[in-house]
Design a protein around this ligand. Structure first.
Ligand SMILES: *[C@@H]1O[C@H](CO)[C@@H](O)[C@H](O)[C@H]1NC(C)=O
Length: 529
């Protein structure tokens, strides 16, 4: 009896599976199998990937997410596979807040970070990593690969072992070695690059710096790519194509930028700006927080998930705390009690907690300003909610983000080295001058005014790639050109050549006729004598 029931149940399961498979087969874009490769432990980067995975699974797709963190809370349809041997990306602490050192030192320091990507490739793509080995040899069919374009191109090798169209995402603005590899323009005359703190109006000197930084970035990346190519060949076999070629065949590129916050720049149809994609539904603040702020205006202070408050020295933190005490508004400070330096005197109006519902806090109507390190995700949330910022950029793209919000008139920035007892004056200016709030409200409206929500837009374009089997129609022909063809140097050369020939001919003719005329005149003159 029990056996019979079992058989019948299995039978039904079998039939259902078959029907589903048929549906799967017919409606490819409706139920796709997606492989998401995010083995590196970088929380803010993974946040964007997880959101996209959730968006895809909500639309009926299955996502196998290879990930370096053990993170339990994910939607149905997402299979999380923990990648062993993933290590945290370590930020070189001596570069934190490194505004003061010389430009060359700073660029060099920033690009040292590229080597951290090589280490990740070495650790994760090793033959002793069972999970990665299994994935390389998998017979499972995938319709699409979602992957991060950052410092570890080696993982693009999976697009060789698993033949499927690639969707790449970058959780910041475009990198110096980013979307240009699929043919997107990256002219440094007006596009400030990731590692700089340049804004919309660049002086001649700044454009030299920007150009140098772009070229140096490409050069450093090329060096690391050689190492990663080797690692990829050892892992995927020597027949793996050049990683550059795999990347230039990317179908779609999702960027965490938006022209309202960053700058207007030309983008190919397969380069889509989805800044704010991680911003979900707003929830009312819990009683715990409402009890603290009451009816009062308040301040929110957070340095994000990567940097802890210990990144700043005690004396600087004390200046900040003293300023908070002077202003005497409630302050919500996202900080772990155990990380707060022992000698620091935290005033009574400052409330600390390890985790805070940042978006709900930022969108609370009583917030005065957000004290931030200008990480991109937090900046976007503040822009979304229309909140002025006091910015202390520390690393990577934070200087660029900080410059952007200053240019928009919604923030005051201060270098970490310059944090002193004068910081309370900056806070007062932010609170008392209404222009910051007004500009923030305006930018918030511009940031939110889009045809689709950014997550829906990302999902739409990913499904577009699925529907059109890699969507080659989105790809630019420019990737097939050699650099001198792209910059029309061959055409220019020929034009120059023709010009020189014509000018020479004209010159020679002119000279010859002049000579003739002279000779004729000479003869005539002689005749006259
Ligand atoms: C480029 O990607 C498409 C799928 O998007 C694939 O069909 C094609 O084989 C790839 N080309 C190369 C040279 O890898």
């Amino acid at each position: 009896m029990i056996n019979e029931m079992k058989i019948e149940k299995n039978m039904r399961k079998f039939l259902l599976c078959n029907i589903l498979q048929i549906i799967c087969y017919i409606g490819n874009a409706e139920n796709a199998n997606i492989l998401a490769i995010f083995p590196v432990r970088l929380k803010s980067h993974l946040t964007m990937a997880m959101k996209i995975a959730e968006g895809l699974s909500a639309n009926g797709h299955t996502v196998d997410l290879y990930n370096g963190f053990r993170d339990g809370k994910l939607g149905e349809g997402i299979n999380q596979i923990l990648v062993p041997d993933a290590k945290d990306m370590i930020l070189p602490s001596e570069f934190i807040g490194s505004q003061k050192i010389s430009i060359v030192e700073r660029i060099t320091a920033m690009f040292e970070y590229i080597n951290a990507g090589n280490d990740q490739c070495r650790n994760i793509l090793s033959t002793s990593n069972d999970v990665m080995n299994k994935l390389r040899n998998t017979k499972k069919h995938y319709d699409l690969i979602l992957i991060e374009l950052f410092l570890y191109d080696c993982f693009f090798g999976f697009a060789h072992s698993i033949k499927a169209p690639i969707v790449a995402m970058t959780s910041s603005v475009d990198l110096p070695w980013g979307a240009n590899r699929i043919g997107n323009p990256d002219n440094p005359s007006y596009i400030p690059i990731y590692h700089t703190s340049l804004g919309k109006d660049m002086t001649l000197f700044e454009r030299i710096y920007n150009t140098f930084a772009l070229m140096y970035g490409k050069y450093r990346h090329r060096l690391s790519l050689q190492t990663q190519q080797q690692i990829a060949e050892e892992f995927f076999g020597s027949d793996v194509p050049s990683l550059n070629n795999i990347i230039s065949n990317t179908s779609l590129f999702l960027l965490n930028s938006h022209f309202s916050l960053n700058q207007a720049r030309p983008n190919l149809p397969n380069v889509i700006e989805v800044a704010g994609l991680h911003i979900g539904e707003l929830k009312p603040l819990s009683k715990e927080f409402l009890d603290i702020i009451g009816d009062s205006k308040f301040i929110y202070f957070s340095f994000g998930s990567v940097f802890k408050s210990e990144a700043i020295t005690t004396d600087k933190l004390q200046h900040i705390c003293d300023a908070f005490e002077k202003l005497n508004y409630p302050v919500l400070w996202k900080a772990d009690k155990k990380d707060i330096p022992k000698g620091l005197v935290v005033p009574k109006n400052v409330y600390t907690k390890r985790w805070m519902p940042q978006l709900d806090i930022l969108c609370h109507p009583n917030i005065l300003f957000f004290m931030t390190h200008s990480g991109l995700m937090g900046t976007e949330e503040a822009v979304y909610c229309g909140v002025p910022m006091l910015s202390i950029p520390l690393f990577a793209d934070q200087f660029l983000n900080s410059k952007n919000v200053q240019d928009k008139g919604i923030a005051i920035a201060v270098e970490l080295d310059k944090v002193s007892n004068l910081i309370s004056d900056l806070m007062k200016e932010l609170i008392e001058n209404p222009k910051y709030k007004q500009n923030a409200k305006k930018l918030s409206e511009e940031f939110k005014d889009r045809p689709k929500k950014p997550l829906d837009e990302a999902v739409y374009w990913i499904e577009y790639v699925l529907r059109h089997k890699g969507a080659p129609q989105l790809k630019s022909k420019s990737v097939d050109l050699v650099w001198y063809q792209y910059y029309l140097l061959d055409v220019g050369g020929i034009i120059l050549f023709l010009l020189i020939i014509s000018l020479t001919v004209i010159y020679k003719t002119f000279k010859y006729s002049l000579k003739c005329m002279k000779r004729k005149k000479g003869v005539n003159d002689k005749k006259k004598q």
